[in-house]
Design a protein around this ligand. Structure first.
Ligand code: EPU
Length: 339
């Protein structure tokens, strides 16, 4: 393991923001991780664990130690004739892992095709798309407790998954490093989930009535590629904000003025699409300096020129928050981690 000084993180965050870390280390095993955490030279420094860098915005240089988790490997266990338990180390790329499962004809993750990032960060925000979240197939994850450097197992209940949320973003924040994740997938008799409007229409377009898990994955890939910018081409971190959930009374007020507003009621609360709110405020496709709201999906902020600083992106997001608050009285919450 080598430790590098004044290391550029430009290629380690999907926004492509050019900041540096005072120290940077790539670890390939849990032993290496423990070794560096025990090293007195670094014990007083701020620490940052980096996966795929796909949900992070660096607003300044990181004055501490960045540890890139390069833990690789996938193993399988057969609990019964219909399912398979697949355990994946944290450093595996998420989409490559989904493709691996599809090659083996394992079902359950196909709706989550093409999500950027690594497996290790997927439980943190309970990644989700097109009617599925990882909590639907998640069994457990192994984590390293940073206080005592012991390995612990978190089952689904202990992870306390919510919409783009888990214990790792709440009271467990900064206390654990996720080492691997186990999913329970179907090995036969797959259940395909095609309720999400966009999947239905894409499958219709493809002329597919009874899709396989492979066809669902293809449909999801087509939708994502048509709407979401490829971070390899244009820096971005996917949805920058969460879809806000507001009280029913507040929603009814907003709906009086804007009857066309889409809504997903849940008890006394209603989830509304942030992309729509942002578009209504005139931000869709709008560029200021090096930063823009994506022209096909207003919820995604892009490093349009490739030269944006994290501060510029952050300030752009603040302008969006302010205008949504002014027009609709709704608070948008950032989904991306701000460092
Ligand atoms: N909409 C607009 N204008 C826009 C964008 C969206 O009016 O510019 C409207 C759409 O017409 C639709 C609604 O908003 O009625 C929802 O849009 P979409 O289906 O594109 O989904 P989303 O709610 O904007 C969420 C996730 C995405 C995920 C998609 C599909 C969040 C924060 N985002 O977006 O996740 O891919 O659903 O399931 O929940 C990510 O987290 O990085 C991400 C891309």
């Amino acid at each position: 393991m080598t430790i590098q000084e004044n290391f550029s993180l430009k290629n380690y965050n999907t926004f492509g923001v050019n900041v540096s870390a005072t120290y940077f280390a790539e670890v390939s095993s849990v032993d290496e991780l423990v070794e560096i955490l025990k090293n007195d030279d670094f014990s007083t420094l701020p620490l940052l664990f980096l996966g795929g860098g796909s949900n992070i915005l660096f607003t300044k240089d990181f004055d501490g130690l960045v540890i890139q988790l390069h833990l690789k490997g996938i193993s399988e266990e057969i609990p019964d004739e219909n399912s398979v338990l697949v355990t994946t180390k944290a450093g595996e790329n998420w989409h490559e892992f989904v493709q691996f499962c599809l090659l083996k004809d394992y079902g359950g993750l196909e709706n989550l095709s093409l999500i950027p990032g690594n497996v290790g960060t997927s439980p943190m925000q309970n990644i989700g798309a097109y009617g599925t979240e990882i909590k639907d197939t998640f069994v457990s994850c192994r984590v390293l407790n940073l206080e005592n450097l012991e390995v612990e197992i978190f089952d689904k209940e202990k992870c306390r998954f919510g919409y783009r949320d888990s214990i790792f973003k709440q009271e467990g924040k900064g206390k654990y490093v996720i080492l691997d994740v186990t999913f329970k997938l179907t090995s036969k008799n797959h259940t395909v989930r095609t309720d999400y409007g966009a999947i239905k229409s894409e499958l219709e377009k493809l002329g597919i009535a009874n899709p396989t898990i492979h066809e669902v994955s293809k449909a999801v890939i087509n939708i994502r590629q048509s709407k979401l910018p490829d971070p390899k081409v244009t820096g971005n971190a996917g949805s920058f904000f969460k879809n806000p959930t507001i009280p029913l009374e507040q929603f009814v007020d907003v709906q009086k003025k804007f009857p066309e507003i889409a809504n997903y009621p849940n008890g006394n609360m209603v989830k509304v699409p942030a992309g729509w709110l942002i578009e209504q405020c005139g931000w869709k496709g709008k560029q200021i300096g090096n930063v823009a709201s994506h022209e096909l999906q207003a919820l995604v902020i892009v490093n349009k020129t490739g030269n944006a600083s994290g501060k510029e992106i952050f300030d752009f997001s603040t302008m969006i928050i302010d205008s949504v608050k002014e027009k609709f009285g709704i608070d948008l919450e950032r989904e991306v981690n701000i460092i």
